[in-house]
Each structure stands twice: as structure tokens, then as C-alpha cells.
Design a binder for this molecule. Structure first.
Ligand SMILES: Cc1cc2nc3c(=O)[nH]c(=O)nc-3n(C[C@H](O)[C@H](O)[C@H](O)COP(=O)(O)O)c2cc1C
Ligand SMILES: [Fe+2]
Ligand SMILES: [Fe+2]
Length: 395
């Protein structure tokens, strides 16, 4: 519970949320952190706050460095409540009239979150604010991942405070990239796949813009997880790669089942894919958290989705995953649908239509099996898997 001096006079003063396991529907198996930063210069600035319930931790950390009343200004890079929930209590502690610098959209969004009476100061993209010896340069990063989002760049120290960009939901003994190494990358990828995937084209443009600006970057400090100080460009390079949305060579078979018929189909399809040399695995949508399915889908070239028919419709877990996946706007994926049914059998076609709606190129007609698949039906599933495997090799 101590602040970390990340550079001379610059401290991480946010909170570690060791216990959060569900972050707005995203499974955070290793918790998360809400990073906030105190810059002690002629003016003292606080960048972002924390979730409301952690504001005490933030203020205690600040108090170990300066009296919170000495904070001159707050910078709000992002209105979402994991970074702004603590703002009203922080303003009470430091003085309600102190300026809160935010983007123009931040002004709108913050005003819709909190009671009136706070001193919002909207800034332009590229505007600079002097803290005395140091300068903060604001960069609008609209829709990465909210309309209000912005980065703050500390010019003299060459530190980019990147809000949710380059972040990961991870709470552990390590706080910096050199302490954890590559083990952080799956967390960063899960964050990208679940939160940023749909904005990949915008993020690509943003990174291109920053690269053109030729900003020297010594450190990237996101608002979640590990701070990148040893090799900050490593996560930038990973983002450039992820923005290309080029899947791996593998197939993902996502399904659920009530009486194991759709499950038997899924396993036979996987066997067919494997027979063609395709790496494939079945993933039960009731046993695997939706956010982990998304991470697996991010890497998969083919999304093969099976649902039993329940009351003329989709099984709810598949409706959940398909709705979530569609919103993330996957690109460059092949698709196929299947499922067992008992009389009306709507689900496979509904899955098919959802995959079409999210832009998958469908490689097979929906495959349906009446009740329990017999040997011939399982053989048909195996062949269906093989055909998809062959198409994948050509795609
Ligand atoms: C509560 C319930 C509702 C069902 N509703 C339908 C339905 O509306 N139309 C249909 O074709 N089959 C329906 N079925 C039958 C299942 O789709 C069928 O049993 C199928 O083989 C289940 O596949 P599974 O073992 O993968 O769950 C229903 C089954 C249950 C248990
Ligand atoms: Fe956010
Ligand atoms: Fe966040």
C-alpha cells in the first residue's frame, strides 16, 4: 500500500484490486489494478483516479508523498468509472474548485456522471499544460475506447499515460514489464480482444499518427496492470500486429449442450479438422467464460458454432457469446454452424445468421442432427470437419 516512484517525482498512487473476478462481464482471474499517477512539480498533478471504493487507498498513498490539499489539478484521461468513480471524493479532499483537465467529450461525459459543481477544463488535441519544469501534452484518442478517451504525454520525462490503451487486467507482485516478462502478454491480448478488438482500425491509425509524431517514449503507463518501462515499444508492436486482425491457423468449435448430442457433434467435427492437420479444440460455452472464448476466437481462423434448439431458439450461452462476438466486429474469419434438435430445429440456422451478420465467410450450410447422433451422423460431422479443414488450408 505504498506509492511507487516510477521516475523522479512521479508516482503510481492507484489501487490494486486483488479480488475482482468479474469486471463488467469480463473474467479477471488475476484481479486488476486501477493505476493513477501523481506528478510533483511546481504544480502537483494527479492523473486519473480509481474505482470509488478504492479512493481511500489512493488518498493514503498520496498522503505519503504530499498533503492531498496540495494537489493543484487533476487530469481525467477517461470517464469510465474504474478511473473516475473516485473523482468526487478526491475533489472533496483536495478542494472542489481545482481544475479537472479532460477532453471535450470528457466534459460531456463527466457532466453526465457526477453532480454539478466541479471545475472541468476541456483541452484540445495537442494542447500543452505546463506544470513548471514539466509539460503535459494531451492527445485525443477518441473511441479508444470511449468518445472521451485521451492520452497524456509527459514531454520532458517521455512518459505516455495511456489510459486503457496497452493495459491488462492483472494484479500480481510485479508492476513493471521487466519484472514479469512475456507472461503478461496473454493478459494484454485478452484485454485487446475483449475491449479493443472492434476499434482495431482506429487504433492502427492512432499508432500511425503517434509514430509520425516521432515522440520519444521511455515509458508507457496504462491505467490497468503492468507499466512498460524496459521495452515500451514491445506492446506497441504487439498492438500493431493485433490491429492487423490476422488470425492463426487454428479452428475453434464453440458449443453448448443439454444432453450431449451437440457435444458429440462438436467432438466429431474437431476430429475431422484434426484429420486435416488443423489445430482445433471444442470449447463449451457454459464451462468457459465468454471473455476467454473471445480471446480464443481472436486467434482462430474458423469459428464453428453449435447450439441445440431450445424452445425454438438458441441455447442462451450461445446467444450470449454470439451477441458479444458480433459487437467486437471480427474480421477475416470463416464460419460454420451446427447443432442437434428434436422437432423444429431452428438453432443452427440462427447461429448461421449471426455468424453472417458479424461478417464471417460461411463455408458450409448449417449441419443438423435429429436428437442423438448415430454412427452415420457422427461420420457426417467428421466429414463436415474435414471439409472445413480443407477450406481453411486453401483460405
Ligand atoms: C427444454 C427443452 C426445449 C426444447 N425445445 C426444442 C425446440 O423448440 N425445438 C426443437 O427442435 N427441439 C427442442 N428441444 C429438443 C432438443 O433440441 C434436443 O433434445 C436435442 O437433441 C438436444 O441436443 P443436446 O443434447 O446437444 O442438448 C428442446 C429440449 C429441451 C430440453
Ligand atoms: Fe475504459
Ligand atoms: Fe479501465
Amino acid at each position: 500500500m505504498r506509492p511507487i516512484e516510477i521516475a523522479k517525482g512521479i508516482y503510481e498512487v492507484g489501487a490494486v484490486d486483488w479480488n475482482v473476478r468479474d469486471f463488467h462481464g469480463y473474467s479477471t482471474e488475476k484481479g486488476s489494478t486501477y493505476n493513477a499517477f501523481l506528478i510533483v512539480d511546481e504544480k502537483i498533478a494527479l492523473i486519473d483516479t480509481v474505482k470509488k471504493e478504492f479512493v481511500g487507498e489512493l488518498l493514503r498513498k498520496v498522503s505519503k508523498i504530499v498533503d492531498p490539499k496540495k494537489i493543484d489539478l487533476v487530469i481525467s484521461n477517461h470517464t469510465e468509472m474504474d478511473h473516475s468513480g473516485g473523482l468526487p471524493a478526491v475533489m472533496e479532499a483536495i478542494g472542489k474548485d481545482k481544475p479537472i483537465y479532460c477532453s471535450k467529450m470528457g466534459l460531456k461525459d463527466l457532466s453526465r456522471h457526477f453532480a454539478p459543481g466541479l471545475n472541468y477544463c476541456p483541452v484540445e488535441d495537442g494542447e500543452e499544460l505546463s506544470l513548471g519544469q514539466r509539460t503535459v501534452k494531451f492527445m485525443e484518442t477518441r473511441m479508444v475506447h470511449w468518445p472521451d478517451s485521451m492520452f497524456s504525454y509527459l514531454v520532458e520525462d517521455q512518459i505516455l499515460f495511456s489510459s486503457d490503451g496497452f493495459g491488462q487486467h492483472y494484479a500480481g507482485p510485479e508492476r513493471f514489464d521487466d519484472e514479469i516478462g512475456d507472461a503478461i502478454m496473454p493478459f494484454a491480448k485478452k484485454y485487446f480482444a475483449n475491449i479493443l478488438w472492434l476499434y482495431a482500425p482506429l487504433i492502427k491509425n492512432l499508432i500511425d499518427k503517434v509514430v509520425k509524431m516521432n515522440l520519444p517514449i521511455k515509458m508507457i503507463c496504462p491505467d490497468h496492470g503492468i507499466m512498460w518501462r524496459q521495452d515500451p515499444l514491445k506492446i506497441v508492436a504487439a498492438y500493431q500486429e493485433w490491429c492487423r486482425q490476422e488470425p492463426g491457423d487454428q479452428a475453434l468449435v464453440i458449443y453448448d449442450t443439454m444432453w450431449h448430442s451437440t457435444e458429440a457433434m462438436a467432438e466429431a467435427i474437431v476430429a475431422g479438422l484434426q484429420a486435416e492437420g488443423i489445430r482445433a479444440e471444442p470449447m463449451n460455452a457454459r464451462n468457459t467464460h465468454r471473455s476467454d472464448i473471445i480471446t480464443a476466437a481472436f486467434d482462430a481462423k474458423a469459428l464453428i458454432v453449435g447450439s441445440p434448439t431450445l424452445n425454438n431458439g438458441l441455447f442462451p450461452t450461445l446467444a450470449d457469446v454470439l451477441t458479444y462476438l458480433k459487437g467486437l466486429k471480427p474480421k477475416n474469419r470463416l464460419g460454420a454452424a451446427f447443432g442437434s434438435y428434436g422437432w423444429s430445429g431452428e438453432a443452427p440456422k440462427l447461429v448461421h445468421d449471426e455468424l453472417v451478420a458479424m461478417g464471417c465467410r460461411m463455408v458450409e450450410d448449417p449441419l443438423k442432427v435429429l436428437f442423438v447422433p448415430d454412427e452415420a451422423a457422427l461420420e457426417a460431422c467428421f466429414e463436415y470437419g474435414r471439409r472445413i479443414g480443407q477450406t481453411m488450408q486453401q483460405a
